[in-house]
Design a protein around this ligand. Structure first.
Ligand SMILES: Cc1ncc(COP(=O)(O)O)c(C=O)c1O
Length: 454
């Protein structure tokens, strides 16, 4: 335990507080219906939030700040399974001991948000463990950002300084890279940038095609070659999600990626892998490790499960002074939690063929497959999963039906989200705190809810 203010009394009290918080949070460990007298409290709070934001809420959800493992409590007293984890943030589960410890340790220091000008040990520690975790690659440096989108902007800036005046970027159909002005050029969903002008040119080629897996690589290479023929003097780099998250988990094979990356290397095009969503969730810590692509990556962004975000880059891409900066490196508690999370994941039995993540993938996909072939025949289809990212289609995959199912899940105690479009998919980002008993109960909710709607 690394503390700021440090005495025997503080250490003892931190330990006592840690136990007291954990014991209290462990009371929130089973699905519970809302308390009738708190119904209006939640509805009014959600209505207020909608008014303040000027935007409709997707779910009538406001957390009480209590919950444990895969469970989250709402302010109406209901407790639900959380299989989306604030869109991928809560990898370890609610009130995980490491999260509680990180808060308490950070509380003993003399500041809340850390800056880039006067760094703290937590920045150094997290930098060190992250760079250790990518040994064997060309990634030698890391810069913190406050969001996955800003980490992406940093990546593009770094790439452009190197390749100027070549600025065009190659990306893939279905890409989601975030919502900053820069990343919106790469993000494909038109409604996310309605009325917003494009600020740089992105050329798009097909990602892996499940309808034509055999020809996927050849089709993508054909499009890449067409781009090369027209634009070879303007191309900077290629950006790819190895598992497209918002698209509903679209991913190719090792051969698909190797073919594309060989092509890029041959043409002198830098490779930027966006791991904001995949970080820590595939059967290796990084998706590029899972697919055996270590020797190709020049720049990689991570976020979400790390509790903070940032950009890895090679020595060759290290920019000149001035390009990187900004007030915040992150919240101290987040940076402490990031380091503890990576250490815990690498020291535990999470990765590899027999690691927990691969086993959870197999359990979820085989149970869904089983439902598809038996109890829910004709109602669900197209089950897909890699690591802790699992998705499937309900009925025709229309947005309307998918949301009706999601809202029924929510009512019955299970929170997850959609991915993809035409067809849309139901998407799980599974927390590591889930047990066999939880999985049994979750699958009962899935089955009952889908039968309720269809
Ligand atoms: C692949 C990918 N890149 C970038 C982002 C943007 O991250 P943030 O929402 O933290 O800006 C996301 C977020 O969902 C993502 O999934």
């Amino acid at each position: 335990m690394e503390l700021g203010a440090n005495s025997k009394e503080i250490r003892d009290r931190v330990n006592e507080l840690f136990s007291a918080i954990l014991i209290e949070q462990q009371k929130f460990m089973q699905v519970k219906a809302p308390s009738p007298e708190k119904h209006d409290l939640l509805q009014n709070a959600v209505a207020d939030l909608q008014k303040y934001r000027g935007q409709e809420a997707i779910y009538p959800y406001i957390s009480s700040g209590r919950g444990h493992g895969p469970f989250t409590e709402l302010i109406d007293g209901s407790i639900k399974y959380d299989l989306i984890g604030a869109m991928g943030v809560n990898l370890l589960g609610h009130s995980h001991p490491l999260y509680i410890k990180s808060h308490l340790e950070a509380a003993t220091t003399d500041t809340m948000m850390l800056g880039n000008l006067l760094p703290y040990k937590s920045q150094l520690n997290l930098n060190r463990i992250l760079l250790d975790s990518v040994k064997g690659t060309n990634l030698k440096h890391f810069w913190f950002s406050g969001s996955g989108s800003m980490a992406g902007d940093t990546a593009i800036k770094i790439l452009w300084q190197k390749t100027a005046p070549k600025y065009k970027i190659i990306s893939f159909t279905g890409a989601f890279a975030g919502r900053s002005l820069g990343m919106l050029n790469i993000t494909q969903e038109p409604s996310y940038s309605e009325g917003v002008p494009k600020t740089f040119e992105v050329l798009t080629v097909p990602h892996f095609d499940y309808h034509d897996p055999q020809n996927s690589l050849a089709n993508t290479l054909r499009e890449l070659n067409k781009i090369w023929d027209k634009e070879q003097d303007n191309l900077s780099s290629l950006v790819i999600e190895l598992v497209q998250g918002e698209a509903g988990f679209v991913f190719g094979t090792r051969e698909f990626y190797r073919g594309i990356f060989e092509w890029a290397k041959e043409k002198g095009i830098y490779i930027f892998v966006d791991e904001v969503q995949t970080f820590a969730r595939t059967p290796e810590l990084y998706a590029f490790q899972h697919f055996g692509l270590e020797s190709y990556v020049d720049i990689v962004t991570i976020g979400k499960a790390l509790q903070t975000c940032g950009t890895f880059y090679s020595n060759e891409l290290n920019p000149r002074p001035g390009l990187l900066g900004g007030t915040f490196a992150g919240a101290n508690s987040s940076l402490v939690a990031g380091e503890k999370t990576v250490r815990y994941l690498l020291e535990g039995n999470f990765y590899g063929e027999n690691g927990r993540i691969h086993r959870l993938e197999k359990t979820f996909t085989s149970k869904l497959q089983n439902l598809m072939e038996n109890e829910l025949t004709g109602k669900i289809s197209d089950v897909r999963g890699i690591g802790l990212m699992v998705s499937f289609r309900v009925g025709d995959g229309s947005k309307d039906l998918t949301f009706r199912v999601l809202n029924t899940f929510f009512k019955n105690g299970l929170i997850c989200y959609k991915g993809g479009k035409n067809p849309a998919r139901i998407r799980f980002l599974i927390p590591l705190s889930i047990t066999e008993d939880h999985i049994e109960e979750i699958f009962k909710i899935i089955q009952d809810s889908i039968n309720e709607v269809l």
